[in-house]
Design a protein. Structure first.
Lengths: 258, 621
């Protein structure tokens, strides 16, 4: 937050000549016999961008990831609008889809929900293409909430790097369904990728499932490392979490919300 | 556990097929996932994408293997044998005939095995059940009466010794049936190696008959027949004819030896095809005396039929009574046979002493008729027999001989064409008689047999012909003696089978004698007027020597098995009982319990479980 002239107290600093005497804390002067200047948070328009992964893979999982992501997007939108910020929601798959233009004030919330409701899962994930497009359209600052399963076959590093071009405060909500983390499956299967149609023949055993669990944990860790390297906030979430639990606890614990 | 259809285990060959299917992973269900990215990374690390995967502990696989195992076992019809609980009355017949002495693998005889089996039966005899043990060869042996006392039964089993006797089951079988008839139901166990053709049908007896065979070997080469026969009249040779049977399943080269008086005389090598018989002939002089032994060299499983004995030298003792005046020619002709005991009685005395000659073999009336005879064998010379129907007429001179019967025992080997008869009696032959030598003047030699009386008539006196000068003269009287004894030139009356009684001709004069058996055991025998003495102790095959105190020579008797049935040591798998086939071990002491049906049901249950598990895993996936 930048220091400004809002009503929200931010800090004290020593008085230096030339400062506006209206901001001197006289009560403190009376106690300490020294002049301190009261600093207030500067009130300015904050842009909140909620990017929702709407690729085919988000339509999978139990519970399904996309509805869960849409709820989070709507909730974030509401909180931002309630904080008098400007909110834009944008769905993407291999590219950015038409975005919800920035809306402001609580009266804009219906537009947010209307946009979010219309998001459907389709296409394949290409974060690099989608976020390059995002960078080109927006040159500025703001908060970016990325809700995605990050199942980009090419990796997400190149995509996330696009946010470095602007001064974005990025929070990655890495969303996976419980059955993607701990699949209940046994026997012989031919797994088909919903996005690229790739096949993987499997004979599932307990040992294989154990190995898969390790792969998922490694995948989470890898995404977290990328985010940390880029200075982004990484938050792993599962679709079996409740919104209350997530917003009231997880987001606050992770500093996403105060 | 055994299998009725072991080929059913071939279904176990399905197991490799199942394993291959598991390893090959030929067919898979499709499942759409959000991304195969993570799976691929996992699989790459795990290297499961090979044609053959590593063996994995898969429940379905184990269930399928178990199902195949159970179904294959069911198809092979496994069974176990359990001791049967039956009527409570057990009648055990143990074959103790010679063939049961056959040695099986392991060196034990069939009888040993049968007795062991019987001991097992006794050990497993439920309380209150009763058992009887009967041994049998050619006669039954009541070894243990019907009792529940195990000690007595075991002693009975021990008493069933091996014998050298042939198999005659009928008497033992009737004994068992007579006991069985006293009960509502009984079990008869027949422990045998066969050797009998059939059993009579059960009558008035309700019994489960269990034929339990013992023995597997066919390894036997045995003498199944031995006899002597004259080979040639002129040379007076005797043929010793032995028939050797090969019961093996391959042809063999056998050496057959002839020994006389324990001296090796001759040996022949014969090749005998599998299951076939071969005759071996040795020739000896007819005058040779002693005991001939025919022996097969080499070892086989059944030794009792490898040796057989037969006496040489005609009958043992022939009693001839000559009623008539002194006749040198006749006495000489009869004296040629050293075994003839000749008594000469003047015609005038015969009437007084005729009762004492009742057991004579032959009475020769030389021109004398001493009244009608009711029984016995009589030879009339120059006089018509005093027998009903025979009649004598006038004397005829120079009859011309027409034809003779060359087959009859009296006239065989004889050529009458050179015989000249001065005068003869005209004899009428009754309907019960027949003419052996005829002439233009009527019958010259005739013979008849009626009731206990056997009559031969020569219609001329010896001295009224040139017969004493002819070769046919001594032959005729030798024939007459054989005809009187009703015997072949062989020595059939001195050959018996083991266990059969020897009938020893006793001398007329009371005296003692000693009978020595093949083992050297001497038995004292007393002749006290009876014609024949029966000796039952003939268990041991070999030569028995009878020596009478007042006779110079000893008489030899042979005890040989020579039984084709006993030599055939093959064990049948079924026996005929009154027309029905009784399978070996069918309903034996042990009941055959099959559990193929249970295995099949279990296999099906496992298959159902496998299917349920499969469906469950699919629904979870």
């Amino acid at each position: 937050m930048r220091r400004g002239h809002s009503l929200e107290f931010a800090d004290y600093r020593n008085y230096i000549q030339g400062d506006d005497l209206r901001f001197v804390d006289w009560k403190l002067y009376a106690r300490l016999d020294r002049l301190f200047l009261k600093l207030f948070m500067e009130e300015e328009d904050l842009f909140v961008y909620v990017l929702v992964d709407a690729s085919h893979s988000m339509g999978m999982g139990e519970p399904v990831k996309l509805p869960f992501a849409k709820k989070i997007a709507a909730a974030l939108g509401y909180l931002a609008l309630a904080g008098t910020h400007r909110v834009s929601v944008q769905a993407f798959d291999a590219a950015l889809r038409p975005a919800l233009p920035l809306v402001r004030g609580r009266g804009g919330f219906p537009r947010v929900t209307s946009y979010v409701e219309r998001i459907i899962a389709t296409g394949s994930t290409d974060t690099r293409s989608a976020f390059t497009d995002f960078r080109r359209r927006l040159r500025g600052t703001g908060l970016v909430f990325l809700i995605s399963d990050l199942l980009d076959r090419n990796g997400i590093l190149d995509g996330l790097k696009q946010f470095l071009a602007g001064r974005f405060d990025v929070t990655v909500l890495h969303t996976l369904a419980p059955d993607e983390e701990d699949p209940v499956i046994e026997g012989d299967w031919r797994l088909v990728d919903i996005e690229d149609g790739g096949e993987v023949p499997l004979s599932v055993s307990a040992q294989l499932l154990e190995a898969y669990g390790k792969t998922v944990r490694a995948f989470r860790g890898e995404q977290q490392q990328i985010c940390q390297r880029l200075g982004f906030r990484y938050l792993p979430i599962r679709t079996d979490l409740t919104l209350e639990g997530m917003f009231l606890h997880r987001f606050r614990e992770q500093g996403v919300l105060r | 556990m055994s299998f009725l259809w072991p080929a059913g285990l071939g279904f176990l060959g399905l197991i490799p097929g199942i394993l291959i299917l598991y390893f090959l992973r030929l067919k898979r269900d499709v499942r759409v996932v959000s991304s195969t990215y993570l799976w691929k990374k996992t699989v790459d690390a795990y290297r499961v994408n090979r044609p053959f995967q590593r063996f994995q502990n898969h429940l379905l696989l184990w269930l399928q293997l178990l199902a195949v195992l159970l179904l294959a076992l069911a198809a092979s019809r496994p069974y176990i044998e359990q001791r049967q609980r039956t009527s409570g009355i057990h009648l055990v017949l143990i074959d103790q005939s010679a063939s049961m002495s056959t040695r099986e693998e392991g060196g034990r005889t069939r009888l040993d095995l049968a007795r062991d089996f019987c001991r097992e039966l006794i050990a497993g005899l439920p309380g209150g059940d009763r058992m009887m043990v009967i041994g049998f060869s050619d006669r039954p042996l009541m070894a243990a009466p019907l009792t529940s006392e195990r000690g007595a039964l075991l002693r009975g089993v021990d008493a069933v010794h091996p014998t050298e006797r042939p198999t005659r089951i009928e008497e033992a079988w009737q004994t068992a049936l007579s006991v069985a008839r006293q009960f509502d139901l009984s079990d008869i166990y027949l422990l045998s190696d066969g050797g009998f053709r059939a059993l009579p049908q059960l009558t008035e007896a309700h019994a489960n008959v269990h034929f339990i065979p013992f023995g597997k070997t066919w390894d036997n080469l045995g003498i199944v027949h031995l006899e002597t026969r004259e080979s040639d009249e002129a040379q007076r040779r005797v043929e010793i004819f032995a028939r050797v049977a090969n019961r093996r399943d391959q042809s063999v080269q056998a050496t057959v030896e002839l020994r006389v008086a324990d001296r090796l005389i001759d040996a022949r090598s014969v090749e005998i095809g599998a299951g076939e018989e071969q005759g071996v002939v040795f020739e000896r002089a007819a005058s040779e005396q002693g005991m001939a032994e025919v022996r097969i060299t080499g070892l086989d499983a059944f030794a009792s039929d490898d040796r057989a004995w037969i006496p040489l030298g005609g009958a043992e003792l022939v009693r001839v009574v000559l009623v008539g005046e002194e006749n040198v020619f006749l006495k000489q002709a009869l004296a040629m046979n050293p075994r003839i005991e000749l008594t000469v009685v003047p015609p005038a005395d015969f009437a007084k002493v005729r009762g004492s000659f009742r057991e004579s073999d032959l009475i020769v009336f030389d021109g004398a008729d001493s009244g009608p005879m009711e029984q016995g064998t009589c030879l009339y010379l120059g006089v018509a027999p005093s027998a009903p129907g025979f009649g004598g007429g006038k004397e005829v001179e120079n009859p011309t001989l027409l034809k003779w019967d060359a087959e009859h025992p009296l006239t065989r080997y004889i050529n009458f064409s050179t015989l000249h008869i001065g005068k003869a009696v005209e004899v009428s032959v009754p309907s019960w008689g027949r003419t052996l030598l005829s002439s233009d003047r009527g019958p010259i030699i005739s013979v008849g047999e009626r009731g206990g009386l056997r009559v031969a008539c020569v219609a001329f006196r010896i001295l009224d012909s040139d017969w004493p000068l002819r070769v046919s003269f001594p032959i005729f009287f030798a024939n007459a003696v054989r005809w009187a004894r009703e015997e072949d030139p062989t020595t059939a009356d001195r050959i018996v089978r083991p266990g059969q009684p020897l009938s020893i001709r006793a001398p007329r004069e009371p005296q003692s004698g000693k009978l020595t058996d093949p083992s050297g055991t001497v038995k004292d025998i007393a002749a006290a007027g009876s014609d024949r003495i029966r000796v039952a102790e003939t268990e041991r095959p070999g030569v028995y020597r009878m020596k009478w105190e007042k006779r110079p020579t000893e008489t030899l008797y042979a005890v040989s098995l020579t039984d084709p049935g006993e030599s055939d040591i093959r064990v049948p798998d079924k026996i005929d009982m009154g027309g029905t086939q009784l399978q070996a071990r069918e309903g034996s002491a042990f009941v055959r319990v099959e559990f193929a049906a249970w295995l099949a049901l279990l296999g099906l249950a496992v298959l159902i479980i496998e299917w349920l598990v499969y469906q469950y895993s699919r629904s979870r996936s």
